[in-house]
Write a protein that binds this ligand. Sequence first.
Ligand code: GLY
Ligand code: MN
Ligand code: MN
Length: 432
Amino acid sequence: MADNPFLQRRHSLLARMGSGVAVIPTAPEHVRNRDTTFLYRADSYFHYLTGFPEPEAVLVLVAGEHAQSILFCRDKDIEKEIWDGFRHGPVGAQECFGFDAAFSIKEFDTKLAELLADQPSLWYSIGHDAAWDVRIAAGLNAVRAQARAGKRAPAVIHDVRAALDDMRLGKDAHEIALMRKAAAIAGAAHRRAMRFTTPGKNECEVEAEFLHEFRRQGSQAPSYSPIVASGANACVLHYVDNNRMLREGELLLIDAGCEVDGYASDITRTFPVNGRFSGPQADVYDLVFNAQVAAVAAIKPEASFLDPHTAAVRVLAQGMIDMELLEGSLDAVIETESYKRFYMHRTSHWLGLDVHDAGEYRHGGDWRKLVPGMTLTVEPGCYIRPAEDVPEAFWNIGVRIEDDALVTADGCEILTADTPKTIADIEYLMKK
Ligand code: GLY
Ligand code: MN
Ligand code: MN
């Protein structure tokens, strides 16, 4: 059990708490329509601490001298298991997942009041799930009702997600291994899409190549709705219709990643539908490529979270001036943020269990410093919509290049490096 990463994380949270009781419920099932639910996914915080995959479960951690981790989960139910599949039940869950104790979820409300009595603090994240907020408040009130019997309810409530966010920012070896796998599968899917793409196919056919590759390699699901955006659609940042025919002479921007045991990859590649970049397409592509090179070089310990973005913006802004998309000096373009007309998003976000992962971006007023073990995306782009003051050769060109970086002792490792990215590599793969 010593090498069980979930157990280690529970111990680490217990140590941070020092005292008190933490309550961390998993996600509810969500109805898709009538009696059909969406594919179930556990809550990321709950998964991080348990690895327990079933809905209707909650983790309770009791910190202090007699620290305990307790799971409440569904009972075994042979009739339901015939229809919906295996349930561990409390006894099986305790054994399999290394909890100190496990009980039926039906006992949670009564036991919560017992567990909270005479504890100094409750660690719970209010406001994320109204139904759980009501249950937790009822638990607190049940203890308060026993005041005359000498019981005291916790006087302090901490946001347990804040403590967990901090832990989740630095990935352990188990997490990094899963992120490598998610990156490798998504990379294979991008290569597959490059080989598959020709004029006349539909965006949805290319999307299908991704879904096929993700599942056949064991990913449970895409880590977000894939963006398969040809031509002008590439300038719609969250385009997900994916239903247009690919045309000769256009670019195809694909932002697609997958999830492996809860961990996300997030990759964007942009390539020509016919396998060869035109002059203006190559100009914009090289600009974004160079911006990404500058951003990657800025990812190292002690750099701030914003440094890669600042580096990318400098390159992009200068390129926009050189290509006559913008007027003015580099400093003026950066100062007035006029570059935002063509580059309106940030260069990075944390990546992990959530595609836009947990963790503060600023701490004590300053941008967070990068530390080995953090994982973030590097995703500069340039999106040029038609307009009178824009050279027509660039109209409807939208390019983004996105990779996933792991901060290392002396810089960073690109987890998604085997996805072709230079013009030469992309054209070579598409020719084959
Ligand atoms: N695919 C979402 C993002 O790149 O942030
Ligand atoms: Mn991203
Ligand atoms: Mn993305």
